[in-house]
Design a binder for this molecule. Structure first.
Ligand code: ADP
Length: 400
């Protein structure tokens, strides 16, 4: 069984081809700068060789055709023909309230994904373009949609409702949906495997901290709260997104700076967060370097960043009524030991502590970083959303 996982963003298409039986990867990579003349494909062959192929790719269909060409090429490919691909799994960002699990894609499912474009205008259209292109290029091969939002659909109304008139929730679907669900699902299950504890018995806080960031509270295998909301801007401070902000400040700024909704959205989504506060960079590596060289504004940005995460741990420990496992994942969660250390500092009263001999220098490796003496297990788990999508795809296609 060979499964191709696709993640179509607005200007990029990531892919990974799994051979489920031999548990190997038959090629992976991504097309970048879709829609521009200087687009290119970065590909890793089954033997691990990395190549870059330049080609003008003006839309998703052409990008996917180029990926399939590369995967079946004599020189770089892992398969000899497209017939070898048994199923395709797609990352779909928004499933609204319609989907509480991954599904086999039918015309009805496509209609429902289309219906969510209104609330995910940047993400669902490229996801749909990928689904349509695949249906054209290899017709008849089953496709499965794995949504970023479904894992969070178990949230109770008291966690997902905002304090706005209820009729507006009903009319426009304005509520907390949450994102990064596939990542939170993967790392929370994987953490329990590593710790050798039963998933359904644990109270877990999962921290996915990359350019985008979110905290999720999981009680006995079900999400009870998550920090990203109606759109992926709420909650933690992010690379360029502001996270929690007094809405009064946003409307005040719109007045003072004469911003329309598009300009306000750009300001808060693209020019804020670590970038806005530090006025140096949105990238954690740059900021850690700048802070260590004495850049005070970078230091302050890092403090705000860690403090916000700490606050969410406190809130979610209260919501969960205790805590067993605290997970760090995402580019920063997996690699920045300084962030992990700052977040967990002075949390002994919660029985949270990090053993710095395990944390210091740790990058991208499954590791328990708390001392044995502490009840809360703090663990680094590199995320693997593609694997989770492949697993869901397999489940959906073998059911029939
Ligand atoms: P995205 O949300 O775009 O998927 P990632 O999960 O790849 O983002 O995370 C990107 C972030 O991870 C960047 O801020 C980057 O600086 C940070 N990062 C990656 N490697 C390291 C490292 N070795 N040390 C500190 N931060 C790192």
């Amino acid at each position: 069984m060979k499964i191709l996982v696709l993640n179509c963003g607005s200007s990029s298409i990531k892919y990974k081809l799994f051979d489920i039986d031999s548990k190997t990867t038959l090629g992976q990579g991504g097309v970048e700068k879709v829609g521009m003349t200087d687009s290119f494909l970065k590909h890793e062959t089954p033997s691990g060789e990395k190549i870059v192929l330049q080609k003008e790719i003006l839309e998703h269909g052409a990008g996917i055709a180029f990926i399939l060409e590369t995967l079946t090429s004599k020189e770089y490919g892992g398969i000899s023909s497209l017939q070898e691909i048994n199923a395709i799994g797609h990352r779909v960002v928004h499933g609204g309230e319609k989907f509480n699990k991954s599904v086999l894609i039918t015309d009805e499912v496509i209609k429902n994904i289309e219906a969510c474009i209104d609330i995910a205008p940047l993400h669902n259209p490229p996801n749909l373009a990928g689904i349509r292109a695949m249906a054209k290029l290899i017709p008849g091969v089953p496709q499965v949609a794995v949504f970023d939002t479904t894992f969070h659909q178990t949230m109770p109304p008291h966690a997902y409702l905002y304090g706005i008139p209820y009729t507006l929730y009903k009319k426009y679907g304005i509520r907390r949906y949450g994102f990064h669900g596939t990542s939170h699902r993967y790392v929370s299950r994987r953490a329990c495997e590593i710790l050798n504890v039963k998933y359904e018995t644990q109270k877990i806080i999962s921290l996915h901290i990359g350019n985008g960031a979110s905290a999720t509270a999981i009680a006995y295998g079900k999400v009870i709260d998550t920090s990203l909301g109606f759109t992926p801007i709420e909650g933690l401070l992010m690379g360029t997104r502001c996270g929690d902000l007094d809405i009064g400040a946003a409307t005040y700024l719109m007045d003072k700076e004469n911003l329309d909704t598009k300009a306000a959205s750009d300001l808060l989504n693209k020019q804020s967060g670590l970038l806005g506060l530090s006025e140096a960079s949105s990238d954690m590596r740059d900021l850690e370097k700048a802070a260590s060289e004495g850049n005070l504004q970078a230091q302050t940005a890092l403090e705000v960043f860690a403090y916000r995460i700490k606050k969410y741990i406190g809130a979610y420990a209260a919501a969960l009524g205790g805590l067993d496992v605290l997970i760090f994942t995402g580019g920063i969660g997996e690699n920045s030991w300084g962030t992990r250390s700052a977040v967990c500092k002075d949390m002994e009263f919660f029985d949270i502590e990090i053993d710095e001999t395990k944390n210091d220098g740790l990058r991208g490796k499954e590791t328990v970083i708390s001392p044995k003496s502490r009840r809360v297990k703090v663990i680094v788990v590199p995320t693997d959303e593609e694997f989770m999508i492949a697993e869901d795809t397999l489940k959906n296609v073998t059911r029939f």
